[in-house]
Design a protein around this ligand. Structure first.
Ligand SMILES: Cc1cc2nc3c(=O)[nH]c(=O)nc-3n(C[C@H](O)[C@H](O)[C@H](O)COP(=O)(O)O)c2cc1C
Length: 164
């Protein structure tokens, strides 16, 4: 069994992504990280933010888990700001924390979104798929959901697919 961690990129604690998480947990208990609870600064070319929460969190995630399941609300047709800032900071692992970047190789990424409009094209997944590939990770796929129609069988089937 792969060790999967849920990483919630929503800007609120009790929103639609949290409802997704609640449903997923009915299928399978998984550890959970809420990005908005962490002090993670924007990517800085000077690396002046190395003392914020990013590196300790990321090192912990890399050490403990094989698979990162990213949850994001769709904000303006894209991933949330919290998630984008978090992923931008992975660049730190290609520069001054290279040994940690190498540890990402062989790990897996998957994404579940929540939005109100069923209007996203396949390009939505491109930043995840290409970033994963660049880092030597596998992109296991993405699932768009809408709060009105989300259901446990749909989520359970996706979880089964990404964990196979
Ligand atoms: C800033 C902002 C931008 C949004 N942009 C979109 C959008 O482009 N497309 C869409 O379908 N829904 C959009 N929504 C709606 C959210 O994606 C939707 O309500 C989602 O379920 C919110 O999840 P949350 O409660 O975990 O944040 C937007 C909501 C906000 C707050």
């Amino acid at each position: 069994m792969k060790a999967t961690v849920l990483i919630n990129g929503s800007a609120r604690a009790d929103g639609n992504c949290q409802e997704l998480i609640r449903l997923m947990m009915e299928h399978e208990r998984m550890p959970l990280v809420h990005l908005y609870e962490y002090n993670i600064g924007h990517y800085d070319y000077e690396h002046l933010n190395q003392k914020d929460d990013f590196l300790p969190l990321m090192k912990d995630l890399i050490t403990q888990y094989d698979q990162f399941l990213l949850l994001t609300p769709v904000y303006w047709y894209a991933m949330s700001g919290h998630l984008k800032v978090f992923l931008d900071r992975w660049t730190d692992l290609l520069t001054n924390e290279k040994e940690w970047g190498r540890k990402l190789r062989g790990k897996e990424m998957a994404v579940v979104t929540s939005s109100h409009g069923n209007h996203l094209a396949s390009q939505f997944w491109l930043p995840f798929e290409y970033s994963a590939r660049y880092l030597g990770m596998s992109f296991k796929g993405g699932l768009h959901t809408e709060p009105e129609t989300i259901n446990l069988p749909q989520l359970a089937s996706f979880l089964k697919d990404i964990q196979s």
